[in-house]
Design a protein around this ligand. Sequence first.
Ligand SMILES: Nc1ncnc2c1ncn2[C@@H]1O[C@H](COP(=O)(O)OP(=O)(O)O)[C@@H](O)[C@H]1O
Ligand SMILES: [Mg+2]
Length: 363
Amino acid sequence: MGLSSLEILNFRNLHSVCIEPDAGLNLIIGENAAGKTSLLETIFYLSYGRSFRSSQIKHLIAYDQDYFRLLASLDDSSTRIGLERSTTDQTIRVNHQSISKISELSSLLPVLVLHPDSHQLISAGPEHRRQFLDWGVFHVEHQFLISWKKYKTSLGQRNASLRMQQSDQLCSLWNNELVEHARIIEKHRLHYLEKITDIVNTLSLQLFPGHKIGLHYKRGWPSEMEYVDYLVSNLHKDREKGFTQSGPHRADIKITLDSQSAQSSISRGQQKKLVSLLKIAQLTLFSELSQRRCILLFDDLPAELDDDNLNKIMSILSRLDIQLFVSAIQAHQINCQYWKTYKVFHVEQGEIVEKKQNPLQAK
Ligand SMILES: Nc1ncnc2c1ncn2[C@@H]1O[C@H](COP(=O)(O)OP(=O)(O)O)[C@@H](O)[C@H]1O
Ligand SMILES: [Mg+2]
């Protein structure tokens, strides 16, 4: 689903903004510190209930205000989402009904983001790669969230037993449930990884010609052992640490380029291109499996890629059924020729104005 309108009140420097985005491409243009990333951040917030830049709510609320409010209409023309957040409270409404689960918003409004720190998907810790994987699995496999929640509950119970130095027998009481849900989580993750690898291979012909990208799942305990055996043999180590050190919550994906670890062997520029490729693969798989539209937020696109790759990526994105928001300092940096229609929004000191296109320009 995409957005057909977005109203923002008191989010960072966006005090009062109302826009009606294009169903396809939206260029968000403005000088540094105008408010471009903040605009993309509001759309991300509506899907994830958090920011991709800051974990502190007080950083998101406009300095002199107590709360921010986001209102959006989805392009199915019947769904309206409202979210209000102060430092202490949060209210979420879908069609005027209060809801408590962010996952409901995420299902209604699937959003992916690429921003200047997105190279962390390759360069930083495994939690970034697990988030990547689990976003994909969550949106196509509903059983996954149920198993994941049950797994986390059992994990919390086992960790509490470990911290309380309970007997081996009590600590091991949760093993069976952990093993059962771990099996389901792993099954869905492997299935997803297999499907996305096919798309990655096709995309790499354009973005990494002559190279082979590999995605290998690392399950979170030694591959030659059964999870239950590992939990039993590692109990004393878990006891020392006070938490369970193995399982799907510690899984990772090893990403390789020509069999070398992408983390250590490729440049920052290549990492950015590879992350773009991985997210595009996710978008492609999402539309194939769910028959729904997803939003992609591409913050500071020209800063991320050279002209040749930028053009290739814009061309690939134009063939996907997505709503795209791209921010840049100047409009001419983005090649819009592949889109039938698009809108340009100018951001200046927190004010956002749509710049009407000459109909001949928007081909
Ligand atoms: N909580 C806040 N209240 C008001 N202004 C803020 C807040 N947080 C950040 N800003 C300001 O908002 C402006 C817009 O930032 P940003 O969206 O990052 O701009 P851009 O992406 O266009 O460079 C910056 O000047 C920043 O200092
Ligand atoms: Mg910015």
